[in-house]
Design a protein around this ligand. Structure first.
Ligand code: ZN
Ligand code: ZN
Length: 371
C-alpha cells in the first residue's frame, strides 16, 4: 500500500483495479467459455469433443456423432474445472472451485453435445428452456422445447454405466421464456446471470436444423448431427462486481430484445460472428452491431468498450494439435479463413472506433474488465 500511495494511486483506485481483475474468462472455441472468480465457475456450452467424422462398422458416416467422454474428462482436468480443480495437485491447500452452472446456448451439437456429460461429471446444474414462442412462430405451431432435458434423458441411458458420471445427481433447471422480452435470473456465488432469447445467426443452414430436439428422432448415440435440432437460442448477461458482460453465442441480427426495458447494460460483449459478411452480407453487419454492441442505442450511449469475437473457428477440429501440447483452433473452412476476423475488425473500426475488438486466444485466460 505504501508503494501505491507514493505512486499517487489512491486506495479506492487500487481496490477498483483489484476488483476488475477478479473475473477471468477462457475461450475454448465456438462459444465454450469458462467464466470464473476465485471461488465460482460458470461454463457456457462445454463443447470439448470437437469431433471428426466417425467411421461406424467400417463405413465412413459423415455427421454421426456422440460425445467423446475421454476428451471431455481430460479437458475438465487439464482446465481445472469444478471438482477436477485439484487433480494432480497434492498440496493440502488446493481447493477446487464450484462449477455451479452450465449455460447451453442452444441445442445444436456444437453447443450442446457435451453439456450433459460435464453436468454428470461435475454436478453442475443445466438450464433447459421449457417453452419458446420463437419456436412456435418458426414452425407455425406451438412447440414445446425441453431439448437439454431430453439430451440428459438419452445420455443417462446411453452412458449409464460409464465410470465417473453420476446421472442421479444431474440437476436440470427448467426455465420458462414465454416471449422475446422474457428473462430468467439465476444467482451463483457473486454472479447474477440473466438468460433471454436471442435469434440464431441464420435459420436454415443444413444440417443445423431448427425446431426442438424430437424425442422420437434422438433416441440413441451416436446420432446424425441434424438430430441436434436448434431449440430455443439464448444469450446470457453476466453481472459480477468486476463488471457486466453479454454473451451472444450465435448473434442473429433481427433481435427485438429491449435492453433498456430489461435494465441490462454491459461493459463487454462476447459476440458469435460465424462468417459475418458471408452469412448476412457485409451491409447487414451494421444491424448486428446495432443490436449487440450498441444495444440498439441510436446515440451510441451503450457502455460497451470491448468486443471479443467468438464462434468463428472450425468446430470439428480438436483443440489439441498433433505437435502442440497446448491448444489451438482453426478458422472455419467455409468463410475464406483469413477474412472473417479482418472483415469484422474493419467493420468495427468504422462503426465505433472507440470500441476495442480483441480476438481471444483459445485456452488462455483473459481479464475482460481490466484496462
Ligand atoms: Zn447453432
Ligand atoms: Zn453454433
Amino acid at each position: 500500500m505504501a508503494l501505491l500511495l507514493t505512486l499517487g494511486i489512491s486506495k479506492a483506485t487500487a481496490d477498483e483495479l483489484d476488483r476488475r481483475s477478479e473475473l477471468k474468462v477462457t475461450w475454448y472455441g465456438v462459444s465454450t467459455l469458462l467464466i470464473e472468480n476465485s471461488k465460482t465457475q460458470i461454463l457456457v456450452d462445454g463443447y470439448f469433443t470437437r469431433d471428426r467424422f466417425r467411421v461406424i462398422g467400417g463405413r465412413f458416416v459423415p455427421y454421426e456423432i456422440e460425445p467423446d467422454i475421454e476428451i471431455v474428462l481430460s479437458k475438465l482436468k487439464s482446465e481445472k474445472i469444478g471438482k477436477f480443480g485439484c487433480d494432480g495437485d497434492t498440496s493440502t491447500s488446493c481447493k477446487p472451485k464450484t462449477l455451479g452452472l452450465i449455460l447451453v446456448a442452444h441445442a445444436h451439437y456444437d453447443h450442446a453435445l457435451d453439456a450433459p456429460i460435464v453436468a454428470a461429471a461435475t454436478g453442475a446444474k443445466l438450464i433447459s428452456v421449457e417453452h419458446s414462442s420463437i419456436l412456435a412462430k418458426n414452425n407455425g405451431e406451438v412447440a414445446l422445447d425441453n431439448s437439454i432435458g431430453h439430451l440428459v434423458d438419452v445420455y443417462s441411458k446411453a452412458y449409464e454405466t460409464v465410470g465417473g458420471l453420476h446421472w442421479e445427481s444431474v440437476q436440470v433447471s427448467h426455465i420458462s421464456l414465454p416471449n422475446a422480452q422474457a428473462t430468467h435470473v439465476e444467482k451463483e456465488g457473486d454472479f447474477r446471470i440473466t438468460t433471454f432469447q436471442w435469434p440464431h445467426l441464420f435459420r436454415s443452414l443444413s444440417p443445423a436444423k431448427g425446431g426442438a430436439i424430437r424425442p422420437s428422432e434422438l433416441t440413441t448415440l451416436p446420432t446424425p448431427i441434424w438430430n441436434f435440432r436448434q431449440g430455443t437460442p439464448l444469450a446470457f448477461h453476466i453481472d459480477h462486481p468486476a463488471g457486466t458482460m453479454i454473451i451472444f453465442p450465435s448473434a442473429g441480427k433481427d433481435a427485438v430484445f429491449d435492453f433498456k426495458e430489461a435494465k441490462l447494460s454491459a461493459d463487454v460483449v462476447l459476440l458469435g460472428i460465424g462468417g459475418v459478411c458471408l452469412w448476412i452480407g457485409c451491409k447487414s453487419v451494421d444491424d448486428l452491431w446495432n443490436t449487440t454492441v450498441r444495444l440498439t442505442e441510436p446515440d451510441h450511449s451503450a457502455n460497451v468498450r470491448k468486443v471479443y469475437p467468438i464462434h468463428w473457428d472450425d468446430d470439428r477440429v480438436p483443440l489439441d494439435g498433433e505437435t502442440q501440447s497446448d491448444c489451438h483452433v482453426k478458422k472455419r473452412f467455409y468463410a475464406k479463413p483469413s477474412r472473417v476476423i479482418r472483415d469484422f475488425r474493419w467493420f468495427a473500426s468504422h462503426a465505433d472506433p472507440t470500441v476495442d475488438v480483441i480476438v481471444p486466444t483459445p485456452c488462455e485466460a483473459f481479464y475482460p474488465f481490466q484496462d
